[in-house]
Design a protein around this ligand. Structure first.
Ligand code: AMP
Length: 364
């Protein structure tokens, strides 16, 4: 079925996924539609991806014995969660192809490494300074005119480990609030909007990108994605080129999401990257020829990439915490496609599902 290309993991094979949240769940569903089985691996008690996967292992990401058993049971390993230790990735790679490989994970695990990498490609970011303690932070704040955004270098997402520093907050207080051992101070970007591009890259170097989308956040969590982003053509082209260049420079096999700021003078600055499916790509399930999850499976398995073409414009809204209680009304809306993640417990700030509203052409 693979035509003899050793890079191809043919349908019928088992895809191992580290992480078992909603991204893994939607990946496993797309994989099943192409005839694959999935084996998910995560330490969590609640594993939404396990409900739709052939096999699930509950173990820590640094449990080398469990990882080895997992690696022997699958044909390829990928991730819905990038913060996996190097030793674990190395062990997995001894047994099975790991896609994306360590380079993409290494770069995206640390905000300083990530920004250095992006700048090294000649791509713009906010000004930044790595800070190892409150004294260094105080010096960096002086350089940045007294303000900025302090972030933990590692394990930050949805605004966790992030502090907006301005007048009235000193370095000690900001450092304490950030609550991590190493930080990065970024200059505050007075952006016009936030956009992201998701690009897939296969083992032959073939790439396919989705249109840039506009992202609006609420309490630091993605609230709404508008597809496509209402950008001038040249800005949209810049955003797409940036995403492709980063994917190529990482030698990525899989999916890369690149979050960017568009400044008021039209510059595109990279905020962060994630080497996996992304919340801002959920709209593609209902509004594109190939969803980001199917594309992820295709790229990781070395299949031809699918068309990322848009069937219609769409707006995706996350259902966070109690928002999910509105599921019944959402099902009554003919233009709304509801996706629920099957999470056992509703908690404030927790992503419980999403709804994509399609901008359908007028009914005939
Ligand atoms: P992040 O965790 O880096 O994705 O940041 C979460 C959100 O905080 C971003 O989507 C922005 O809305 C905001 N933010 C992060 N960094 C900056 C910055 N340097 N300047 C302005 N806003 C920022």
């Amino acid at each position: 079925m693979s035509g003899g290309d050793p890079r191809v993991i043919a349908p019928g094979s088992t895809i191992g996924i580290l992480g078992a949240g909603q991204l893994g769940r939607m990946t496993a569903t797309a994989a099943a539609a192409l005839g694959y089985r999935c084996h998910v691996y995560a330490p969590d008690e609640d594993m939404p991806a396990a409900h739709v996967s052939a096999t699930a292992t509950r173990a820590r990401y640094d449990d080398l014995a469990a990882l080895e058993r997992f690696a022997r049971a699958v044909d390829v390993v990928t991730f819905e969660f990038e913060n996996v230790p190097f030793e674990s990735v190395r062990l997995l790679a001894e047994h099975v192809p790991v896609r994306p490989g360590w380079e993409a994970l290494r770069v995206s695990q640390d905000r300083v490494v990530e920004k250095d990498f992006v700048r090294g490609l000649g791509i713009g970011t906010a000004d930044y300074s790595a800070v190892a303690g409150p004294a260094e932070l105080a010096r960096a704040l002086d350089e940045f005119g007294g303000g900025g955004v302090l972030k933990s270098t590692r394990l930050g997402y949805d605004g966790k480990g992030q502090v907006r520093v301005g007048p009235g907050m000193d370095a000690d207080e900001a450092w304490r609030r950030m609550g991590a051992e190493a930080g990065i101070l970024e200059a505050f970007v007075d952006f016009d909007c936030e956009v992201s591009v998701i690009v897939a890259r296969g083992p032959t170097g073939e790439t396919a990108a989705y249109v840039p989308v506009l992202n609006r956040h609420r309490n630091h969590i993605l609230d709404e994605t508008v597809a496509p982003a209402p950008l001038p053509e040249a800005t949209a082209a810049d955003a797409e080129t940036i995403a492709r260049r980063i994917a190529e420079a990482l030698g990525l096999i899989g999916l890369l999401a690149v979050e960017m700021f568009v400044t008021r003078d039209g510059r595109v600055l990279v905020n962060e990257i994630a080497p996996r499916p992304h919340n801002s790509g959920h709209w593609t399930i209902d509004a594109c020829v190939t969803s980001q999850f199917e594309q992820f499976v295709r790229a990781v398995c070395g299949l031809p990439l699918g068309s990322p073409a848009r069937l219609c414009d769409a707006v995706m809204t996350n259902l966070i915490g109690d928002d999910v209680a509105g599921w019944h009304d959402l099902l009554r809306d003919p233009a709304a496609k509801l996706h629920l993640y099957g999470k056992a417990e509703v908690r404030a700030g927790r992503k419980m599902g999403h709804v994509t509203r399609l901008r359908l052409p007028r009914p005939q």
